[in-house]
Ligand binder design. Structure first.
Ligand code: DLL
Length: 441
């Protein structure tokens, strides 16, 4: 996108621009309170007892290292209310993570938790240009997923109007956007791509008032940002969060896009080597570990997110002082090991989106005939490249094979497929179909 200027507004200047030294003092005070409150959860109570941890024994932020990690397994084994610090009577909302790989994780919110959540979402929305006069469409699913409701209350809190369209019913979604002059779109980046295509099919390209988008909920690359921004003629901002911690609102970009500002008054981030569990040096990639401060229903200490990213501090022109996180490169559990080589789907996306004639839709399929991994990459062509001569298509295929293998170190069998033939996403996109462990009868 060309030059753009958004007014630098800060929703909560006191918290968002607090000097780093003061943030650290606040974090320490809140960490002690969190430890005291988490002792209401049997899992934490037992772990604290084993490690002789009391709130008074937390003397500095370095003591965080003495606290136990919390993993997805603990969350699951506590199903449904085992990790709650308040009785169900104090809850006013319950959400759940998708549970694609097992039982869902249930998370709850008290009245105070919901107010905090709305505040945190307001912060990143305003950082990315939301003003009270923008009509804003939420195309995240409303339901157990935290995306829809989380953003909804953040927008209302700012005073902007929400169109709670939810995900799906894409044509109606677009008609609403068009008729109501919606300026801001909120969804996953992959659903935004889907919306962009349907806008074109409906003959509405260039006829919408859309200007801004806040995307999150799934991994996406910088090249994907360029693709969606040009397809929708918008400025798109990245925001990060996860149900176990609160939902969206954990970190988000400002107009300078130097990374996502972490809301450090409410979260302590660590970045560790997932194998040794030791901290990695600042700026190096590792697994994010998050401690949530000040939550009532579900206090979470040192949650191992499985998300791989970098943490760093820099002086941002927006004035926010919170530590920054990079884009998420992938999840430790998304990593594919193909013939012994580790790759992330984001590397494939990065290579593909730099090639002309390729649409931003792809699917990695993995098979294991005769005990040997075989990797197929289905790549959608653009209508333009699809109408090209055979010779041009062969060249395109060769180029994709070369670029993807340079980036990943793996030889993928490339299948060029027709425009619009891969399944479109309504929420989080699925880029991998791993059939290696399927038994063939
Ligand atoms: O996806 C919460 C959310 C909703 C965040 C809407 C932002 C916007 P879960 O369903 O629990 O919660 O999934 C959390 O999604 O651990 C990451 O792997 C991934 N994720 C979320 N935001 C981003 C992002 C919501 N901006 C999991 N970039 C996380 C990359 C993201 N991955």
């Amino acid at each position: 996108m060309g030059e753009f200027v958004i007014e630098n507004r800060i929703w909560n200047p006191e918290m968002e621009t607090m000097p780093v030294e003061d943030i650290k003092k606040l974090q320490l005070k809140k960490l002690k309170e969190t430890v005291a409150h988490a002792a209401n959860v049997p899992f934490y109570r037992n772990e604290f007892a084993k490690r002789k941890i009391t709130p008074e024994s937390i003397k500095s932020l370095d003591d965080l290292a003495r606290l136990p990690f919390t993993t997805k397994e603990e969350m699951r084994s506590g199903y449904p209310f085992g990790l709650f610090a308040v009785p169900p009577s104090q809850l006013i909302r319950i959400h759940a993570s998708s549970g694609t790989t097992g039982k869902p994780t249930i998370v709850g919110y008290t009245k105070k938790d919901l107010a905090l959540w709305a505040e945190l979402c307001s912060r990143f929305l305003v950082a990315g240009g939301l003003t009270p006069n923008q009509i804003t469409q939420v195309a995240f699913g409303y339901g157990l997923f935290t995306g829809g409701f989380g953003l909804h209350y953040g927008i209302e809190n700012v005073g902007a109007a929400v169109v709670p369209a939810s995900s799906g019913n894409t044509k109606r979604q677009i008609t609403l956007m068009h008729d109501l002059n919606v300026e801001t779109l909120i969804c996953t980046p992959s659903y935004a791509l889907n919306i962009a295509e349907v806008i074109e099919e409906m003959g509405l390209k260039g006829k919408l008032a859309l200007k801004y988008a806040h995307f999150g909920g799934e991994q996406w690359t910088e090249d994907m940002r360029i693709a969606v921004e040009s397809a929708l003629n918008i400025h798109a901002f990245n925001n990060y969060g996860l149900s176990e911690i609160i939902g969206p609102g954990v970190a988000g970009e400002c107009a300078a896009r130097n990374g996502m500002h972490i809301q450090e008054d409410c979260f302590i981030f660590e970045c560790i080597n997932p194998d040794t569990l030791e901290p990695v040096p600042e700026g190096e990639e590792g697994e994010l570990v998050i401690t949530a401060l000040g939550k009532e229903a579900c206090p979470v200490i040192r949650y191992r997110t499985r998300d791989l990213a970098r943490l760093y501090r820099m002086k941002c022109p927006c004035g926010r002082t919170g530590m920054l996180m990079s884009r998420v490169k992938g999840r430790t559990d998304d990593m594919l090991i193909i013939r012994g080589v580790n790759i992330f789907p984001s590397q494939v996306e990065e290579a593909l989106l730099r090639i002309d004639g390729v649409a931003p839709h792809y699917l990695i399929e993995l098979y294991r005939p005769n005990n040997l991994d075989e990797a197929v990459l289905k790549v959608e062509m653009t209508p333009q490249s699809f109408s090209d001569k055979m010779e041009a298509m062969i060249k395109l295929k060769e180029r994709i094979t070369r670029e993807v293998s340079t980036v990943t170190g793996i030889h993928f069998k490339i299948e060029l497929v027709a425009p619009n033939s891969l399944e479109r996403s309504l929420g989080k996109a699925k880029h991998v179909n791993d059939m290696r462990n399927l038994k063939v009868e």
